[in-house]
Design a protein around this ligand. Structure first.
Ligand SMILES: COc1ccc(S(=O)(=O)[C@H](CC(=O)O)C(F)F)cc1
Ligand SMILES: [Zn+2]
Ligand SMILES: [Zn+2]
Length: 160
């Protein structure tokens, strides 16, 4: 992102503000934990869930207008969005479009784990990759066994 915003600390905290009815709470929590893990596996970052107080990354589901001036668009189209690191309260936050069908794997719907891993890349300061096959490529593609592309790894290691 322009100006190369990054977090000034590596022990990041997050909270899940609300849940989608598409999956049970444990599956949603697990998808986010695994999505953060993709990045902490290759960069000196830790992600700790914190139920109280200020956190770096707020995660939630919303549809259409959900309070941040970036309304979602109903089913399909924009699936989610996330804000770059910074000092604003919304910095780093990740929002998922409730009008999508969130799933755990193949078949119809979108993998919450894959979309979250991509969004958290933005929450950490990564922009899009031009390499198809990279997690940070701008369009969704289901992968049964998600692996970061070398471009994703290079990007996060360049930032942290
Ligand atoms: C692989 O993960 C994603 C790919 C594409 C998207 S998106 O189609 O919602 C994208 C938003 C984004 O790049 O985060 C689009 F611009 F709306 C979200 C997650
Ligand atoms: Zn939003
Ligand atoms: Zn993106």
């Amino acid at each position: 992102f322009p100006g190369r915003p990054t977090w000034d600390h590596t022990d990041l905290t997050y909270r899940v503000v609300n849940y989608s009815p598409d999956l049970d709470v444990a599956s949603i929590d697990d998808a986010f934990t695994r999505a953060f893990g993709m990045w902490s596996n290759v960069a000196p970052l830790t992600f700790t869930r914190q139920e109280q107080g200020d956190v770096d990354i707020l995660i939630g589901f919303g549809s259409q207008n959900h309070g941040d001036g970036y309304p979602f668009d109903g089913q399909y189209g924009v699936l989610a969005h996330a804000f770059a690191p910074g000092t604003n309260s919304i910095s780093g936050d990740a929002h998922f479009d409730e009008d999508e069908l969130w799933t755990q794997g193949g078949g119809n719907g979108f993998s919450l784990f894959i979309v979250a891993a991509h969004e958290f890349g933005h929450s950490l300061g990564l922009d899009h990759s031009s390499i198809q096959g990279a997690l940070m490529y701008p369009t969704y593609a289901y992968q049964a066994n998600l692996q970061l592309h070398s471009d994703d790894v290079a990007g996060i290691q360049d930032l942290y």
